[in-house]
Write a new protein. Structure first.
Lengths: 246, 412
């Protein structure tokens, strides 16, 4: 398993408050990794740093075989390099149909002229059908995304993530608003994606994490508190104190 | 592709049909080609209105579709007018000067003719030298190229600077106002090389076409404007449909999300800003020969604000709404400001519409924004069902070999 992303010594502060504190993290490809931690631990900020939304005050983020630094790249360049993200709060394009949402995310050339001259292909249409099947939104394809339920929007967002065919999938709280059956389906999806790619999942739900059956990183106050199997970290007294004990 | 494009965008078909019928009716009723029910000056007003509709459609693409409230697009419109005006003035003055110099005993040299043209054009600003920016004015084709290049380049450079530093929202609007204000203030100066506040005039007289009556010219320009509007409409309908339209509407609604999908948002904004700037320039180049005169007032910040008001009243986010809004408000405006509308005596006060028209416009703008955000275009939702029933419900045939509904959907 070769390293896909390596973050070291990263710190970020917002108005003097250290949201990320000398954080180091690495993930291989393929690998599935769960991140847990109390609210405000910096899990979302961690993803913001990788995707270029937040620039760290110090530290390095190295990605890929060529060890390129993500810190010098714009959000869209990072996305094009193969980093895909599902946001904590589902943010789909509500005024557009499910099909348009998926089509926009589909892995294709992204330049203005490429998109202007883009012609619908049979392969693209098939891929959209296939994704819709996976996320259970086949019947909703022509519907406007704003009409979907919260859970369906979560699914659509996951579908958009898969459509980009990224190498590194950052999945922020996917299970919120889902039924137990849907959660199970989501874990299956993520595990399948992690056979080929690197997948980082942030989640609160312990059942969900247990089902992922992977290495777990515990974040607290912006740095790594413990790392290892779920049983290993949950038996760590510090972890019990800050997170599980409450 | 054209067929699917037209079936997908029914409004394009109806718009072109309506525009064609309108143009034919105006022609039949005009002085030049018909029974003269419509005066030549009104044909010019209608032709100018078509140009305003074109720039409004462009504005709708920038604002209604991409979410960039540009309050500077009339600067590009004005620049287009200036560029064509330079050639019109030069070429016409050239003819006049050559004729008068021919009477002299010694035939004039080209340099003498050139100097005489300079004296004629720049006498009003106390100069006779040709400024450097007039270098192409002698050539129709070069100056036509300027109509596209100058507004396009300004839009490109301004947009690049503004979008690159991620200026958005109100700040961007203010920046565009500053741009158009700076440009108009610059042009007001005599040293700007475009005759200061005199502007360029006599543009209605086409060089070498003195024998052609204005009635005929007005119809020719009317048709040119209608053609430009039709082509512009098709162009923008194409740009805003399909995947590109999807991306720019995405930028309007949530630009950072579009970024995280890997799209270079600034590039898209720049593309839209520049393309619409160029179309605005072309619209201006057709407008000002019909207006006859252009001066820096035309580029004043208020002009671009009016443009936004037309689009808002017409209903942004749909091209025909913007076009209708521009036509409706600008025609109404010229009617009210012409003094033809009877005053309303209230006993204690008489409402003079020439004074009160702006108040009425302002109130309508606020009312439309608050009460009917879809604007005039929204009226069309009343006559056509908003969610049209699909052409076919269910699969296309009974057995599994038949085309499935999904395939039909994909083709639509
Ligand atoms: N843009 C921001 N500005 C100021 N504070 C922020 C910002 N983003 C996150 N924070 C703060 O950083 C801390 C970590 O937030 P976050 O990463 O969202 O936590 P988590 O996702 O683990 O719940 C929180 O205290 C939050 O208030
Ligand atoms: Mg979070």
């Amino acid at each position: 398993m070769k390293t896909l992303l390596e973050m070291s010594g990263v710190s970020v502060s917002f108005d003097g408050f250290k949201a990320i504190n000398n954080l180091s993290f690495r993930i291989g490809e393929p690998e599935l990794r769960a991140i847990i931690g109390p609210n405000g631990a910096g899990k979302t900020t961690f993803m913001d740093i990788i995707t270029g939304k937040t620039r760290p005050d110090e530290g390095t983020v190295i990605y890929g075989e060529k060890s390129i630094s993500l810190l010098k790249m714009s959000e869209s360049q990072i996305a094009m390099a193969g980093v895909g993200r599902k946001f904590q709060k589902p943010t789909v394009f509500e005024a557009q149909t499910v099909r348009e949402n998926l089509a926009m995310a589909l892995k294709n050339k992204r330049g203005p002229f490429d998109v202007l001259l883009y012609r619908k292909t049979k392969r693209g249409a098939e891929r959209i059908e296939e994704l819709a099947e996976i996320i259970g939104l086949t019947d909703a394809l022509p519907r406007v995304a704003g009409e979907l339920s919260h859970g369906q929007k979560q699914w659509l967002e996951i579908g958009m993530l898969l459509a980009q065919d990224p190498r590194l999938l950052l999945v922020d709280e996917p299970a919120a608003g889902m039924t137990p059956a849907e959660r199970e389906h989501t874990t299956d999806l993520l595990k399948r994606a992690a056979k080929k790619h690197a997948v980082v999942v942030v989640e609160h739900d312990m059942e969900f994490i247990r089902r992922l059956d992977c290495r777990v990183t515990v974040l607290c106050e912006g740095s790594v508190l413990a790392e290892g199997s779920l049983d290993h970290v949950t038996s760590n007294p510090q972890v019990i104190e800050v997170y599980l004990g409450r | 592709m054209t067929r699917t494009f037209l079936t997908q965008n029914r409004s394009v078909f109806w718009f072109l049909l309506a525009l064609g019928i309108f143009a034919l009716i105006v022609t039949v009723l005009s002085d030049a080609a018909g029974n003269g029910m419509i005066s030549t000056s009104f044909v010019k007003t209608l032709g100018k209105t078509l140009c305003l509709m074109l720039v409004a459609v462009a504005m709708d693409v920038v604002w209604g579709y991409t979410g960039i409230l540009s309050l500077g697009h009339m600067a590009f419109f004005g620049l287009g007018g200036y560029m064509i005006g330079m050639w019109l003035m030069y070429a016409r003055t050239e003819i006049i000067v050559t004729e008068s110099l021919l009477a002299a005993a010694i035939p004039p040299t080209p340099q003498e003719i050139h100097d005489a043209i300079g004296t004629q054009i720049f006498g009003v600003v106390g100069s006779s030298e040709f400024p450097a920016i007039w270098i192409f004015a002698h050539s129709f084709w070069l100056q036509i190229a300027m109509v596209v290049l100058v507004p396009g380049l300004l839009a490109l450079v301004f947009g690049w600077l503004a979008f690159r530093s991620r200026v958005t929202g109100v700040y961007l609007s203010i920046l565009t106002q500053a741009m158009t204000l700076a440009l108009s203030l610059y042009l007001f100066q005599n040293e700007s090389g475009l005759r200061g506040n005199n502007g360029l005039s006599g543009l209605q007289n086409l060089p070498g076409l003195d024998d052609v009556p204005q009635a005929t010219l007005s119809i020719a320009f009317f048709w040119a404007s209608a053609t430009a509007l039709g082509l512009g409409y098709v162009l923008f309908a194409w740009v805003t449909s399909g995947k590109f339209g999807s991306v720019i509407r995405g930028i309007r609604d949530n630009e950072s999300r579009v970024r995280f999908l890997g799209y270079h948002v600034e590039g898209y904004k720049l593309f839209v800003f520049t393309l619409t700037g160029i179309v605005a320039g072309i619209a201006g180049a057709l407008y000002y020969p019909q207006a006859g005169i252009i001066n820096p007032n035309e580029i004043a910040p208020i002009a671009s604000i009016y443009l936004a008001v037309w689009v808002a009243i017409g209903g942004r986010g749909r091209l025909y709404g913007a076009a209708l809004g521009a036509a409706f408000v600008s025609l109404l405006s010229s009617w009210f400001t012409s003094g033809a509308v009877p005053s309303v005596p209230l006993g204690f006060y008489t409402i003079q519409w020439t004074d009160w028209w702006l108040v009425l416009l302002g109130v309508s703008f606020v009312a439309v924004t608050l009460l009917a955000p879809k604007g005039i275009g929204g009226l069309f939702d009343l006559i056509s069902t908003r969610h049209p029933t699909p052409a076919r419900v269910g699969d296309f045939g009974p057995d599994t070999g038949a085309r499935r509904t999904a395939e039909g959907e994909e083709e639509k």
